[in-house]
Design a binder for this molecule. Structure first.
Ligand SMILES: Nc1ncnc2c1ncn2[C@@H]1O[C@H](COP(=O)(O)OP(=O)(O)OP(=O)(O)O)[C@@H](O)[C@H]1O
Length: 600
């Protein structure tokens, strides 16, 4: 019951995207229904011609109405086509608006979704959903609904007409309607619906597995894992193939073939009944009338077949479209960054975590549990700790990639949830571990941080980020498009370009997540110089595994299992002989071992 209500709401919600054209959907359905009625008139006129001919046989010249019937058939056919065309125009106009608005809404929702949402929702899959599903929705509102309403009108009016002359012959034709509806119900029952859902999910999985496989090809080649690496992809293909086969046989082949057999057999049901009734018609002397009635039912049995197959295909289309509606709803209902009704402006650039707890959706344990620390304005605070301790999670809560479950993250004394998202984004620059550069020029990549920056300002930022050597070796300097014609950047080079982006942004708070992660020694020196330039006079929250980069931090916060294990300066923590002191000792040993090996 609740499910039906929910489904209806999904349909109504998507229909809302038609805006002022909403009424066109209904008008279009009405007109296609009317067109079906008009298109049935020629069948009636055919029967009228047959009836008149039977009545005057063999004096055919007395059948004077034939020409009139011919014209009637012609004009009603034309009217039917015109009205159908206008009806489809209406549904298409509404469907195009729905499709455009659904796409716009999806993009808007995704733009406003917390960045963390994209960690759990593959972007390729989201794109596929928006592209494919909005196409299916267009199909639903432009064709399926119109077809279904037209077909239902055709079916209902045929059934009514069937009882006009002889209810017994009519009933013999109706048998097929019941039998076909039984098949339709089987086709569209709850189990088939869940089969369709599983089939669509298997399709999504295959797309995800293929992307992962293609992405992982370098790793596969390096580790010679050709057999194992394809296992996940093969599993998803097998799974898809299993559902595709079941969908084909359970939903498509069996019920459809049974249904089609019934449809084709519509005429056959009529024959035995006619044979049974014929003797009494002969005896009563009304045989001519009886034959003309038979002609009527013979003609309308054919229409019933057409109407039923139309309903069947339209209903199948509706079932698929229904599934598409649910899929797009997931995007349309993507979580949104909640904007405060009364946003406050942060005063200063102090960052504070106050009793922060956060659990990822579906995770058993919190990633952060009652975490508190302060980064004073203009100071550098380092987050260190074992892998999985919660460093990246803590960093991602500052620009609201996620919102906290408990406690608060404050910037300039204001809870980040009370700051306008644009103001917050202007205040915080985030340098990711895995730097994402667009496939465009270096100029545009850097300018993404401040679209109105001049070329000189971009050049100055690139220079401050130690990118002069990169520009010098590229054919068109900063106008070179990255990723084309052999212009690929190394991990360290990409890192420096993204640091230039952060420098250009000129935000007073900088969050650095593993900024030197991909650097070789030569690049690391350059990155350190760029970082020095970027972090000067700003509040810096940095995550680093190389402990040498955090030695000079004003404060080091050690996160372990989502809790603050200890905090203090490097000297204080080493003296404290706690977790950090052990990590430092291990790090020293590792460095000494590396140097020894290099010297040897
Ligand atoms: N998107 C996610 N969904 C569910 N759990 C997650 C997600 N991201 C991280 N986690 C979990 O949250 C915990 C903290 O992870 P986080 O990445 O913040 O740790 P970290 O200290 O930065 O680790 P590392 O040093 O390895 O990068 C881990 O247990 C991790 O498995």
């Amino acid at each position: 019951m609740t499910e039906t209500k929910k489904e209806r709401n999904a349909f109504a919600r998507i229909l809302d995207f038609a805006g002022k054209r909403r009424a066109l959907t209904f008008l279009g359905c009405f007109l296609t229904g009317l067109a079906m009625l008009l298109s049935m008139v020629p069948y009636v006129t055919i029967w009228l011609v047959v009836r008149d001919l039977i009545a005057v046989a063999p004096e055919w010249e007395r059948a004077t109405g034939v020409v009139t019937y011919g014209w009637l058939a012609f004009w009603f056919s034309v009217a039917g086509i015109v009205v159908y065309f206008v009806g489809l125009m209406c549904t298409h106009l509404a469907a195009f608006r729905i499709q455009t608005n659904v796409r716009k809404e999806c993009v808007k929702r995704l733009m406003n979704a917390p960045l963390g949402f994209f960690d759990t929702h593959a972007t390729g899959l989201l794109r596929r959903r928006i592209d494919k599903t909005s196409g299916e929705i267009e199909q639903l509102f432009a064709h399926n609904m119109a077809d279904l309403s037209g077909s239902v009108v055709m079916l209902v009016s045929t059934v009514v007409l069937l009882f006009v002359f002889d209810w017994r012959m009519g009933a013999s034709c109706i048998v097929v309607v019941f039998a076909s509806f039984a098949c339709l119900t089987t086709m569209m029952g709850p189990s088939k619906k869940s089969l369709l859902e599983s089939y669509q999910s298997a399709l999504d999985d295959i797309s995800k597995a293929t992307t992962e496989y293609v992405r992982g090809i370098p790793v596969v080649k390096v580790f010679q894992q050709t057999v194992y690496s394809i296992a996940a992809l093969k599993k998803s293909i097998d799974n898809y193939s299993m559902y595709a086969n079941r969908y084909q046989s359970d939903v498509c082949e069996v019920p459809q073939s049974i249904n089609l057999s019934f449809i084709e057999a519509a005429f056959v049901f009529l024959l035995p009944v006619t044979a049974l009734l014929a003797p009494s018609a002969l005896a009563s002397g009304n045989f001519a009338q009886f034959v003309s009635d038979f002609a009527f039912y013979a003609i309308f049995s054919a229409i019933i077949s057409t109407a039923l197959s139309r309903v069947m295909f339209a209903a199948g289309g509706m079932m698929q479209a229904d599934d598409a509606l649910r899929r797009i709803e997931e995007v349309v209902q993507a979580p949104q960054i909640v904007r405060s009704a009364n946003p406050k402006v942060p005063e200063g650039n102090r960052v504070e975590f106050r009793g922060v707890s956060f659990t990822y959706e579906g995770a058993a344990k919190p990633a952060l549990d009652d975490v508190s620390f302060v980064a004073e304005a203009g100071s550098t605070i380092a987050l260190v700790g074992p892998s999985g301790g919660g460093k990246s999670t803590a960093a991602s809560l500052i620009p609201r990639f996620w919102d906290v479950d408990k406690g608060s993250v404050l910037v300039g004394g204001v809870d980040v949830r009370d700051v306008d998202p644009h103001v917050l984004m202007d205040r915080v620059a985030f340098v990711f571990q895995d730097n994402r550069l667009f496939k465009t020029s270096i100029l545009e990549n850097v300018r993404a941080a401040r679209p109105n920056a001049s070329c000189e300002e971009v050049l100055a930022a690139l220079s401050a980020a130690q990118c002069d050597d990169i520009l010098a070796k590229l054919p068109n300097g900063m106008d070179t498009v990255i990723g084309t014609k052999g212009t690929y950047l190394s991990g360290g080079e990409r890192q420096r370009v993204s640091l230039a982006r952060a420098i250009l942004k000129d935000a007073p708070i900088v969050v650095l997540d593993e900024a030197t992660a991909f650097a070789d020694p030569e690049n690391e020196a350059l990155i350190q110089a760029a970082l020095k330039r970027l972090t000067k006079g700003r509040t810096v929250i940095m995550i680093a595994h190389r402990l040498t980069t955090v030695v000079n931090a004003d404060k080091i916060v050690v996160l372990d299992h989502g809790r603050v294990a200890e905090s203090g300066t490097h000297g204080e923590l080493v003296a404290g002989n706690g977790l950090y002191a052990h990590m430092w000792a291990d790090y020293q040993t590792a460095v000494a071992w590396k140097i020894t090996r290099e010297v040897a």
